[in-house]
Write a new protein. Structure first.
Length: 201
């Protein structure tokens, strides 16, 4: 038994430790578990490893993380707490993924929900375009373009070209007139009735 009243012997490691080193157990006479916290943690880790290996699942290795930092299991990086969103329900008050990984997951979810595409399918579409915007053939494609009536994905455009199509409301005739205008063939509409214009031949 422990020699000091504020100490207790762990039945597993046989060390005399302060009572704070033992978790509570109301079923024990002294109100403390018989094994110290350190021994319980070692047993839990070993049990976790055996259970995961029996199921054929990967075992997460324990990583030493400095104070004020947290390991993101998605990207595998140790980052300061400022790189995490708050989560009041978590034991440490932080999200399970870092801000960068959450943003990446959000983009993938948006692709799937809005266009029915995976990231790999979107990347394959960009590769089939030669890695450039389908319209300007210069800028980096970043925005998936689709038909607002059928929902069919047409391609991946740069921000400017995607915004331009939106401004033209996907009307091919308006886009053709804009092209003619830019080429110097401006047409002068003739008003033949309220709201009705006659196009030049």
């Amino acid at each position: 038994m422990a020699e000091e009243p504020d100490a207790k012997e762990c039945r597993k490691c046989r060390r005399d430790l302060p009572t704070a080193a033992f978790a509570r157990d109301r079923n024990r006479r002294d109100g403390l578990q018989v094994h110290c916290r350190e021994c319980v943690a070692e047993y839990s880790a070993a049990h976790y490893r055996r259970r995961r290996e029996a199921l054929g699942k990967p075992v997460r290795e324990r990583v030493d993380v400095p104070a004020g930092h947290k390991l993101c299991r998605m990207c595998g990086e140790i980052k300061p707490h400022s790189e995490w969103h708050r989560n009041a329900t978590a034991s440490d008050g932080l999200s399970t993924r870092c801000k960068a990984c959450r943003a990446a997951l959000g983009r993938e979810d948006h692709l799937r929900r809005s266009y029915g595409l995976t990231k790999a399918e979107r990347d394959a579409l960009i590769a089939s375009q030669g890695g450039v915007c389908c319209i300007c053939l210069a800028a980096v494609p970043a925005h998936v373009d689709h038909c607002h009536e059928t929902g069919r994905v047409r391609g991946v455009l740069c921000f400017s070209c995607n915004a331009a199509l939106g401004q033209f409301k996907d009307q091919p005739e308006a886009i053709r007139r804009a092209a003619a205008y830019v080429e110097g063939n401006a047409w002068k509409p003739t008003l033949v009735a309220p709201g009705v214009y006659q196009l030049p031949s």
